[in-house]
Design a protein. Structure first.
Lengths: 191, 143
């Protein structure tokens, strides 16, 4: 079984650490987190917790509460094309939509919490926040700025690549940087 | 800045410690039957902390898989963490399987379980896979 031996800055070939590990380690040493990046990493963790926490009321198989909120896009339309989409596509197939929402938000929360593929998932979060915004901001007792802030928060996490501090992106990126090819290039954009 | 293998070990250790602490808290909360599988209002009354970890069986499994992560990080044998990651992955799938089978609700089945356990699964499994990658593949030790 591979064993990751404790390493020192003077790791030699005799230590057995492979060339790939040395190269990845050198890339990993190039970024040192400061207070700002730590704050943004905490912000990312908070966003992950937000999504996971809000899965509690999306209960399968009926998804009753979720259906109630989604219906607000029809009863209190914000943008006519979106309202029409919800009325004609989403609501008639709500079980499928409910499961999609549950699994997408669970993945979104998990990946943001652990900081893996953070930039990709932050964009997904911004998109989902935009969809929620289009559903509810015209409804009574809603505070639209909460949803604008959600979109902004995800874009901030995207821009800062906040998974590289206190997240798995900080481990994955140095390895990806040593790899060539289209898939590695694509994955590097996500972390 | 630490070397990558150090960071891999520390990541698994940290994820394992977090899991064990949450599991211990969950076990403590679930001693009260009223909380077992139900909302655990332990910080503020209006904050529900219902996950599999706040159910006696779920808490014990969380402690067990978290301990695997701690062992992986402490011994620097990252691939052990993969076992813990698979365990948490199965816990993440459990609500889906339970819903499909109509099983008795042994573990609180909410979407939170999927998200929380998926995060722990990734936190243990991804570093294990990375350790495998940087060690050069099967059979080659990084020592």
């Amino acid at each position: 079984m591979p064993r990751t031996e404790r390493t020192t800055s003077s790791a030699s070939p005799a230590s057995g650490l492979s060339a790939k590990a040395n190269a990845a380690t050198a890339a990993a040493k190039s970024t040192k987190p400061d207070a700002n990046t730590r704050i943004l990493a905490g912000f990312r963790i908070l966003l992950g917790a937000l999504w996971i926490s809000n899965l509690g009321w999306k209960e399968p198989p009926e998804f009753g509460a979720l259906k109630g909120f989604t219906s607000l896009a029809v009863s209190n339309p914000v943008w006519a094309p979106y309202s029409s989409l919800v009325e004609n596509v989403v609501l008639p197939n709500f079980t499928l939509f409910g499961w999609f929402t549950l699994l997408a938000e669970a993945a979104l929360g998990a990946f943001l919490l652990i900081g893996l593929g953070t930039r990709f998932w932050a964009l997904v979060g911004a998109g989902m926040s935009a969809a929620i915004t289009l559903s509810v901001i015209k409804a009574p007792h809603e505070w639209p700025w909460a949803y604008y802030l959600m979109i902004g928060a995800h874009l901030a996490v995207f821009a800062a690549a906040a998974g590289r501090t206190w997240g798995l992106d900080g481990l994955v990126r140095p390895v990806l940087e040593q790899r060539q090819g289209r898939i590695a290039k694509l994955l590097r954009k996500a972390v | 800045m630490d070397e990558l293998p150090d960071r891999i070990a520390r990541t698994q250790l940290t994820v394992g410690i977090v899991a064990v602490l949450v599991g211990l808290l969950g076990y403590y909360v679930s001693r009260d039957a009223a909380f077992s599988g139900g909302p655990g209002a332990i910080i503020f009354e209006d904050i529900e902390l219902r996950t599999t970890s706040y159910n006696k069986l779920g808490a014990l499994l969380t402690i067990g898989f978290g301990t695997v992560g701690i062992v992986a990080g402490a011994t620097r044998m990252a691939m052990i963490g993969l076992l813990g990651g698979i365990g948490f992955g199965l816990l993440a799938l459990q609500p889906l399987l339970q819903w499909r089978s109509g099983m008795e609700n042994l573990l609180a089945a909410t979407g939170r379980n999927i998200g929380w356990n998926l995060a722990l699964a990734l936190g243990l499994a991804v570093p294990a896979i990375l350790a495998r990658v940087i060690s050069g593949g099967a059979g080659e030790s990084a020592t």
